[in-house]
Design a binder for this molecule. Structure first.
Ligand code: GRF
Length: 213
């Protein structure tokens, strides 16, 4: 059983896709053991509560400096001992000590086709604003492992989504979620839970005959 901790900052629709995936059997061999938020008001915490999953709030604002927060966050994660950490709309940079303690065991969902529209300053609605500003015709989402860089770790899966002429950032964000994010992230977790993928250098490869489907 893959024990996962999901980190969130906002509304939590990606968390919901994970919870629904576990409930309906789209995600197998997986248990969500806790949800961590940097934001006490995150709607995602309500979604966790509705499924009796412990919600933990760890806000950088409550610590004297970033290093103190990084230590506390990493210690909490070590205490929870997850097999996988899932960043599902989490707006805080993962501390370097957590990246090394959980090497190859942290995944993130990013709402663009990496390496386009990613890195510093590209988060949430801003990604879709930049996509529309640039006028690209295709965008999408990416699930990747997390390393020390910003949106630079090995890519697990990507899905393209068309940009339409009438799009606003909000409309495009919703389409990217519906057509890509809510599908890719549950599938990636299921693949990891059933040993269907492995990291080779900076590439993620399929494992033939992985356990399960
Ligand atoms: C998603 O678009 C995610 O890719 C991005 O932030 C958004 C979070 O949405 N990083 P939600 O909280 O899962 O609804």
């Amino acid at each position: 059983m893959l024990r996962i901790v999901v980190c969130v900052s906002g509304g939590g629709t990606n968390l919901q896709a994970i919870l629904d995936g576990v409930e309906t059997g789209k995600i197998t061999n997986t248990e969500v053991i806790a949800v961590i938020s940097n934001n006490a008001k995150a709607g995602a915490l309500e979604r966790a509560k509705a499924r009796n999953i412990p919600g933990i709030v760890l806000s950088p604002k409550k610590y004297s400096d970033r290093e103190a927060y990084n230590q506390a966050f990493t210690e909490k994660m070590k205490e929870l001992e997850p097999d996988l950490v899932v960043l599902a709309g989490f707006l805080v940079k993962i501390p370097p000590q957590m990246v090394s303690a959980f090497s190859g065991r942290i995944v993130n969902i990013h709402p663009s086709l990496i390496p386009s529209f990613c890195g510093v300053g590209y988060y949430g609605l801003k990604v879709h604003e930049k996509v529309l500003e640039r006028g690209v015709k295709v965008t999408g989402a990416t699930v990747h492992f997390v390393n020390d860089g910003m949106d630079e770790g090995p890519i697990i899966a990507q899905k393209a989504v068309c940009v339409e002429e009438e799009d606003t950032p909000e409309i495009l964000q919703r389409r990217v979620m519906e057509q890509a994010e809510w599908i890719l992230l549950p599938k990636a977790i299921d693949d990891i839970a059933n040993d269907r993928i492995r990291i080779v250098g900076n590439r993620v490869c399929s494992v033939a005959g992985g356990n399960g489907k």
